[in-house]
Design a protein around this ligand. Structure first.
Ligand SMILES: Cc1cc2nc3c(=O)[nH]c(=O)nc-3n(C[C@H](O)[C@H](O)[C@H](O)COP(=O)(O)OP(=O)(O)OC[C@H]3O[C@@H](n4cnc5c(N)ncnc54)[C@H](O)[C@@H]3O)c2cc1C
Length: 441
């Protein structure tokens, strides 16, 4: 250990692990199991001072820095340098009077949902309770109630961030760095906390209906029509999921490819009508709607919680025809690697401009179509070829891709992720805040 390292890292209250230390792989491990970080030093931060120390250490040694909370959005592993883990910083403080919450860097969606629910409030949270609030919001954050309340980053009020110079700043409206942090996921610092607006939602009508993908020709046009005609209170998506033939899986869906239609409605009537239309199109194998507290919103998508290696990409599209949707689903079902598809209706408040400058791109998109696969033991080229084939029917309506839903090492071009105006904003902010490109994006 050098004397400079001693200077910066000796006061860290959390943990400091070096290459070769037994605990290091476990400290950086997360939901995404592929290509883990293999850095020289890992700082398991307990507070903002620890983050400052880690960044100053990296700056002094000219080392790259990456940050990880839960590993859900982990892309490629850092082979050297410094990794800051934020999993110990999970504090959430709700102010019911202003309907805001201050959320520390490592808080998960479930932490914020639970704290807000004590006051009859909810964040604009996504499908999975285990995802980190900060990573989700920096990527825009497509919430289950997005059509009614907009992107999660639309409700971001302030960010506390340690920039490359090792200084802790608080930024808000009017600051270009803040605008970049609202959906641009700029790798220019370590966010230590953020303040977000909450919405007055206690309970919703929601749930998932499993239908047989063999009836896709009857079901998909109904899903598409319901999506196009949906009021803003209703969010709707459909997953195409090959269900494994395992004892632990409920018998009605075991070993089948299913269409999993998810409905969430703050009002209730539109979701109930949608459920009736779907039941008329094809028998429901499993599932249904119920009134549920927001604290149980994770049950709507019911995504698996086991860490694994996966890769995924997506397209934001202006519109979606029955023909294109059918072709996407058919391509996924006939792919040589297992492909899960997720098609979510956008529009509503997601298409309206944010209050103030921000970095969410392609707001005009009507739908997002995602494809993902587990990658253990599957050649990378085969997975990528399959994903390209699944999304090919959307070529003439594609606008771009959503960064938060590009998983693993899936290849992506910067001009696919952001509009030219947002790319200029991100470049200006990087030049101003991290001119040496310390932060790995
Ligand atoms: C099962 C599952 C469900 C999902 N559902 C949704 C959904 O409904 N809607 C949606 O929009 N997205 C969803 N996502 C995508 C998710 O929002 C992104 O993967 C997000 O980046 C995860 O953030 P994280 O902190 O949990 O992951 P991490 O892998 O820990 O972080 C991902 C990236 O976020 C950035 N980051 C995290 N913390 C900080 C910090 N403190 N400072 C600076 N940068 C930071 C870093 O660039 C980091 O590489 C889902 C992902 C999964 C795996």
């Amino acid at each position: 250990m050098t004397s400079t390292e001693t200077d910066f890292l000796s006061g860290v209250r959390g943990s400091v692990l070096h290459r070769g230390d037994e605990g290091l792989p476990g400290e950086v491990a997360g939901f995404q199991a592929a290509d883990p970080h293999r850095p020289d030093v890992v700082v398991g931060a307990l507070d903002a001072d620890d983050v400052v120390a880690a960044v100053r250490h990296a700056a002094a040694h000219d080392l790259p820095v990456a940050v990880t909370a839960t590993g859900h959005g982990h892309t490629s592993g850092l082979a050297r340098g410094v990794v800051v883990t934020t999993g110990r910083m999970r504090g959430v403080r709700v102010d019911p009077a202003s309907r805001t919450a201050r959320v520390e860097a490592g808080a998960r969606s479930a932490d914020l949902v639970a704290a807000a629910a004590e006051h009859g409030l909810a964040p604009v949270s996504g499908s999975f309770p285990g995802v980190g609030v900060v990573g989700y919001t920096l990527g825009g954050g497509l919430g289950l109630l997005g059509r009614e309340f907009g992107w999660a980053s639309d409700r971001l009020r302030a960010v506390e961030i340690v920039t490359a110079d090792g200084v802790l700043r608080r930024v808000g409206a009017g600051d270009e760095l803040f605008a970049a942090l609202r959906g641009g996921r700029p790798a220019v610092g370590v966010v230590t906390a953020m303040s977000v607006d909450l919405v007055p939602v206690g309970a919703v009508v929601g749930g998932g209906l499993f239908l047989d993908a063999a009836d896709a020709d009857e079901i998909l046009p109904v899903v598409r029509r319901l999506g196009v005609g949906a009021p803003d209170s209703l969010s709707l998506s459909v997953g195409v999921i090959p269900i494994p033939d395992l004892e632990a899986v409920p018998a009605p869906i075991r070993g089948r490819t299913v269409l999993h239609v998810r409905l969430v409605d703050t009002d209730g009537a539109a979701a109930r009508a949608a459920e009736a239309a779907l039941r008329a199109a094809s028998p429901v194998l499993l599932g249904g709607l119920r009134e549920l507290p927001w604290t149980e919103s994770g049950s709507i998508f019911a995504e698996p919680e086991v860490p694994h290696a996966y890769e995924g990409t997506n397209l934001l599209v202006s519109s979606l025809s029955d023909t294109a949707l059918g072709a996407v689903v058919a391509a996924a079902r006939s792919a040589s690697v297992g492909c899960v598809v997720d098609v979510r209706r956008l529009g509503g408040a997601l298409s309206r401009p944010a209050d103030g400058a921000d970095a969410v791109s392609f707001r005009e998109a009507g739908w997002i179509v995602r494809v993902l696969s587990t990658t253990d033991g599957v050649p990378e080229a085969e997975t990528r070829a399959a994903h390209t084939a699944v999304l090919a029917p959307l070529d003439d309506v594609r606008l771009g891709r959503m960064a938060g839903f590009v998983y693993g090492a899936a290849p992506v071009e910067a001009d696919e992720l952001y509009t030219p105006a947002v790319r200029s904003l991100l470049a200006r902010v990087r030049e101003a805040v991290d001119p040496r490109r310390m932060f790995a994006g």
